[in-house]
Design a protein around this ligand. Structure first.
Ligand code: 5GP
Ligand code: MN
Length: 335
């Protein structure tokens, strides 16, 4: 029913929504959908609930992204309220589009989920599979089920490939399957420039970002007993190093690089005091999605999750340190 109503015979108003602070998979998937659905002659808008890292500015189509702000609020509201369909891309929980949530009270749009996170809320149409490594895979499957693989051009393929690369850690994570590589192969057949994409996605440091990393590494604490490493960045560090969105990305991976550490945690005081954003990464069986759901009102995937606390930075760290002993056995046995 969805497929026949968006096959292009009738023009629809469609809004694409990635999550707050969209990453490579959220942006790649929604940009690919934008190009694809526009090819079917729909009236399509891509609305980002927040800004996104400069790192992704090079992606094809970013000049089409409408970023929510006080300035664009009424336009964003109008678009959401008047749309026929809204695609929720790369998230399944409305808490991840905080700013835009209220607009759905007034909108009759059918809600379509296209996402790979576990435990989704209910949507009108669900393309949800938590076994795949990236939402980009689900976008590829979606286009394939529409019988439109021929409509994937170099731009769409580039966006999807970026989603694959970023969410699989360049095809390294355990979630990579033969399907991941099969799809990557199909995208390569569309003439994408792998060298160039890889070059864009290489970690690039500006002076401030590097110094922020050094600050975080200096503060890194290792709790050998719990095979855990954690660190933080506070609001004054951010001001001092003129923080720009994306500058803290990658900090969390260093903890997991230490021998025998299986759990890395990063506390981020984005604004003075509240809320604190916390990122979790693990290796092996220790499930940070469950951990974050239970204690930090968040979620994510088994080995990468995030959450938020309405506490000060030091209270948040203390809260965490009180919980962690309960997971001693899980952490000791995580391989
Ligand atoms: P990051 O640490 O990079 O912000 O997030 C890692 C993963 O955790 C993301 O891909 C996303 O799936 C999930 N995640 C991050 N923050 C939240 C949150 O506040 N709520 C939920 N449900 N998931 C989150
Ligand atoms: Mn994703």
């Amino acid at each position: 029913m969805l497929f026949s109503s968006i096959d292009g015979k009738n023009k629809k108003k469609i809004v694409l929504l990635p999550h707050n602070n969209p990453d490579g998979d959220a942006l790649g998937s929604s940009l690919a959908l934008l190009f694809y659905l526009r090819k079917l002659r729909h009236d399509v808008d891509l609305i980002s609930p927040t800004g996104y890292s400069e790192f992704f500015q090079w992606l094809p189509g970013t000049d089409n992204i409408l970023v929510f702000s006080e300035k664009t609020k009424s336009l964003v509201k109008k678009k959401i309220v008047n749309s026929d369909y809204v695609f929720f891309v790369d998230f399944n929980n409305l808490s991840r589009i905080k700013n835009l949530r209220e607009f759905f009270l007034y909108s009759k749009a059918k809600k379509i989920l296209i996402d790979h996170h576990p435990f989704p809320f209910r949507f009108d149409f669900m393309f949800s599979d938590s076994t795949v490594s990236a939402t980009s895979i689900l976008v590829f499957r979606f286009i394939s089920e529409m019988n439109h693989l021929d409509k994937i051009d170099k731009e769409i393929a580039t966006c999807l490939y970026v989603g694959l690369m970023t969410d699989t850690g360049f095809f390294r994570f355990p979630s990579v399957t033969s399907e991941t590589h099969f799809i990557a192969g199909k995208l390569i057949e569309k003439g994408i420039d792998i060298d160039n994409i890889y070059d864009h996605l290489q970690e690039k440091y500006n002076e401030n970002k590097l110094k922020l990393l050094s600050k975080a590494l200096k503060k890194l604490k290792v709790i050998k007993k719990y095979r855990t490493a954690y660190t933080s960045i506070n609001a004054s560090d951010m001001n001092f190093y003129s923080y720009k969105q994306g500058d803290t990305e990658g900090i969390i991976t260093y903890g997991l690089g230490i021998k025998d550490i299986v759990f890395s945690v990063f506390f981020f005081e984005e604004r003075k005091k509240y809320p604190i954003k916390i990122s979790f990464r693990s290796k092996g069986s220790f499930d940070v999605n469950l951990f974050s759901r239970k204690h930090f009102g968040g979620g994510g995937h088994k080995n990468a999750a995030g959450g938020i606390l309405e506490k000060s930075l030091s209270e948040s760290i203390e809260y965490f340190l009180n919980i962690i002993p309960n997971y001693h056995i899980n952490l000791m046995s995580s391989i």
